[in-house]
Write a protein that binds this ligand. Sequence first.
Ligand code: Z5A
Length: 223
Amino acid sequence: MTNQALTINPACFITLEGGEGVGKTTNVNFITAQLDNAGIPWIKTREPGGTPLAESIRNLLLANTTETTEAPCHLTELLLMFAGRAQHLDQVIRPALAKGIWVICDRFTDASYAYQGGGRGQSEALLEQLEQLVHSDLQPDLTLLLDMPIEAASARVDSRGQQRDRFEQEQWAFFQRVRDAYLQRAHQHPLRFRVVDAAQSLPQVQQQVLEYLQPLLDKALGA
Ligand code: Z5A
């Protein structure tokens, strides 16, 4: 368990995490609206993806496999996640932060700990090595973990009526391990993580998100 103080940079790097359908994208948009209200410059981005090359890697990672296509092995999947991340950091995240622009990112390295670590069983030591290699000097200022039971989140995904991607086709035991790994990450990094009860109504979720965002806004605005 680490217990470093929450670092507040001039521009903040905020990540949203959680399983499928918990409301990450919805709340990224809610946060950017709050930043607009406060007159704070921002970009929103996502992982895997965030640059043209990293989006190509995303397509490889999410594509459903058929009889004629090859599924990435677990190590390939992990390395592709970090390859895209290295590109995303270099082309988008670091340049924006350097210019004082806040970065709101839909998933980041905690997702690799949850999915490739918890879900696929890759070792924490390997994940830590890759994290060190790719961004030893940079961590999110705030990570909002949207947490809710997997059955209810899955129903939200189904209600969209879209085809499920390669990850979304996994079994419930996989998603339960992912959820458990996320909660363990939050427990290990209590000053960076804030856990939001994503099963609440959207106004209630957003009230909690705002409560966790407010200290960063106050700091930025000198309140
Ligand atoms: N992945 C990985 O394995 N390793 C990594 O390192 C990274 C990612 C970075 C793609 O992620 C996959 O990549 C992901 C893990 C893997 N796979 N899975 N599963 P993604 O982020 O693109 O995919 P996703 O997690 O499936 O996102 P999503 O389906 O778009 O869900 P979301 O963004 O969390 O939810 P949403 O679109 O905001 O909301 C879902 C619906 O619920 C929508 O209709 C909303 O209007 C509704 N909603 C939202 N909040 C509420 C509340 N509070 N009440 C009621 N309804 C709500």
